[in-house]
Design a protein around this ligand. Structure first.
Ligand code: ATP
Ligand code: MG
Length: 595
């Protein structure tokens, strides 16, 4: 279970680009994806990477990944220059857009080459003369030519030529300088929709994305794009840029990563949870980072995530109240989608599909069951628009449709429209949550029975919690149930208490369950391993394996005073115990560590 590889692998890494996620350490998991994309970026140097689109439903963490990739690539400074641009959802004249896009690239390039991050936030992004002065001053005079040609096209409002120059600039610079660039463009679908050919913004540009037909084939400056309107984005790619992009789908987070994220948010925002509520939140959010963070960070006044009742109320607020982040986010999205297909039938269709969670309906079934007074062709168009808006899913064939499989979206949507259309009482939705939680609670209890206690992977979080909140205050007690601590050891204040993973670039990757860094150098930091297995005792081989990881973290983190600690719920083999005692590795199997 690797973890913090993707935020402070590079301890002291400067986060050049301010990420929207907030504090860099909040970024959690996505290990598979990050490993994949970091390799993809690295492979650009061998011209092996093909332009790729990251596709996922709304709020799955696409932007979080792109921004993190930017920062890692920027910081690594290892032969690939990152460019990140988000196309805003604001209408713009193409001339202005091109200038902004162009100067964003130039400034990011300057920032990378000079290692001066202030260039990532230039004071203005429209002044060509100023940027020419800067490139000269910074020894990047070779950029002047291309800047001048863009300036010339811009001042003459030669917008087709301007877009050609601007779009190809990353590739041109990479080619001439024998460099490699990754172009990350977020909200790519707005390229056509938000940009206008005329200053009055009456004539949509429509074909800007098509310009990438050849640029997207570049192997020295490939694109990595994404966007929040996935159906729409795919539609544009299929019609304007066929076969230019590989698709990578981003799914919900695996449960272990979601759990790690939950505990991290809990500790960071100081929102306590219990094992039981943690389990319920993980299950109900189904690995969506957005749902997990929205529940933990909910603005609900009486938020209390330590009881099931408190959690249910918080979730009701989040999904049914207009002030809830989940509801407002989804409704903004649904309203925009509906403004394109708006009428009562569209809502009825979506509501109807929600009634058949486990199966797809054909167009014919929808038409008949709802007795819709429209032609098959009209229905087809409407359904297509809904799929494009990501409000429903396409089924196995073009005739089949189904609701999106997402428990929470379902409730937000029904909370708003079912009442309007089917005179349904919203309180029923609150009751549905309560019912799901009852069911999950029973599942949780069964699990507890099976493991006699919490599921294996909870243990390490409980210990991390103990170290953060309780060990120092109850120093003597905690010391009493932990063997072989050094004589002058005391639990202390830790600047960070978390799991630890080595960087994916590190030749051998490994992870340890606990890394607690002491605030003061005179105190002991802790590097630890947690095993909550029921039967198998911690073995000699495992201790030796731990010793190796311990030494690597210690070296990598450059800490002198540090103690190794192994928690094993069912104890240690005699041999392992003896060895730990001899080597001064602290051991415990006491339930109070996880109690
Ligand atoms: N890896 C992660 N670790 C921690 N939190 C995350 C992670 N990914 C996403 N989040 C949380 O989910 C929210 C949504 O993420 P993000 O904005 O990156 O999604 P998106 O897919 O780009 O959304 P949109 O579809 O609106 O473009 C973030 O604000 C953050 O709170
Ligand atoms: Mg996004």
């Amino acid at each position: 279970m690797p973890f913090f590889s993707f935020y402070d692998i590079y301890l002291g890494m400067e986060y050049a680009l301010k990420e929207r996620i907030g504090k860099p350490e909040l970024f959690t998991g996505r290990n598979e994806e990050m490993t994949y994309f970091l390799k993809w970026i690295n492979d650009i140097k061998d011209e092996k990477s093909q332009s790729t689109a990251i596709l996922a439903r709304r709020k799955m963490g696409k932007t979080a990944i792109l921004e993190r990739l930017f920062n890692i690539t920027f910081f690594k400074n290892d032969g690939v220059i990152p460019f990140y641009y988000e196309i805003k959802e604001t209408e713009m004249w193409v001339g202005d857009f091109c200038v902004q896009f162009f100067l964003s690239f130039i400034y990011q390039y300057i920032a990378f080459k000079t290692r001066k991050t202030e260039y990532l936030k230039p004071e203005e992004k429209s002044n060509f003369e100023k940027v020419i002065k800067i490139v000269k001053k910074e020894g990047l005079g070779y950029l002047s030519g291309i800047i001048e040609s863009a300036a010339h096209a811009a001042s003459h409002e030669n917008i087709d030529i301007l877009w050609d120059i601007v779009r190809d600039t990353p590739q041109t610079v990479a080619f001439r300088q024998k460099e490699f660039i990754v172009q990350m463009i977020d909200e790519f679908q707005f390229l056509n929709a938000m940009i206008y050919r005329d200053k009055d913004m009456k004539i949509p540009a429509k074909d800007l994305a098509g310009g990438y037909l050849s640029s997207a084939e570049s192997k020295i400056a490939p694109l990595l794009i994404s966007g929040s309107w996935v159906g729409w984005l795919m539609n544009e790619l299929n019609s304007m840029l066929p076969n230019r992009f590989k698709y990578e789908y981003l799914e919900n987070m695996p449960e272990d990563e979601a759990l790690e994220m939950l505990y991290k948010y809990s500790s960071f925002f100081d929102v306590p949870v219990t094992e039981e509520t943690a389990y319920l939140i993980i299950k109900i959010s189904e690995g969506s980072p957005f749902y997990t963070s929205s529940i933990l960070r909910s603005r609900y006044k009486h938020k209390d995530l330590t009881t099931v009742k408190g959690l249910t109320d918080t979730l009701d607020f989040e999904t049914l109240d207009n002030r809830g982040n989940i509801k407002s986010t989804w409704m903004e999205y649904v309203n925009t989608a509906f403004s394109k297909v708006n009428n009562r039938n569209a809502k009825r269709i979506v509501l109807h599909l929600f009634k058949y969670k486990d199966r797809e309906l054909t167009r014919e079934e929808i038409l008949n069951q709802l007795a819709l007074d429209m032609t098959d062709e009209e229905l087809e168009q409407k359904l297509e628009a809904l799929v494009k808006g990501d409000i429903i899913d396409q089924g196995q064939t073009h005739f089949d449709f189904r609701c999106v499989r997402d428990n929470i979206f379902d409730k937000v949507f029904r909370g708003v429209y079912q009442k309007e259309i089917e005179h349904f009482d919203v309180k029923d939705i609150a009751r549905e949550y309560a019912k799901s939680f009852e069911k999950l609670k029973r599942q949780y209890r069964r699990l507890q029975g099976k493991y006699h206690s919490q599921k294996g992977y909870f243990a390490e979080y409980l210990i991390l919690d103990q170290l953060t909140y309780r060990a120092r205050k109850n120093n003597d007690l905690f010391k009493a149930f932990t063997r072989y601590l050094p004589g002058d050891f005391n639990f202390c204040e830790y600047s960070r208490v978390w799991r630890y993973d080595s960087s994916p670039e590190y030749s051998r990757s490994f992870s340890v369950d606990i890394f607690a860094r002491a605030v003061r150098a005179v105190d002991y930091s802790i590097i630890g391993e947690v095993k909550s297995r029921e039967v198998k005792k911690f073995s000699m081989e495992e201790v030796i394996d731990f010793e190796r990881k311990f030494a690597e973290v210690k070296k990598y983190e450059n800490i002198e005073r540090v103690v190794g600690f192994i928690y094993s719920r069912c104890g240690f083999t005699a041999e392992a115990e003896e060895y730990c005692k001899e080597k001064g590795i602290a051991c415990s199997d006491d339930e109070r560590w996880i109690g």
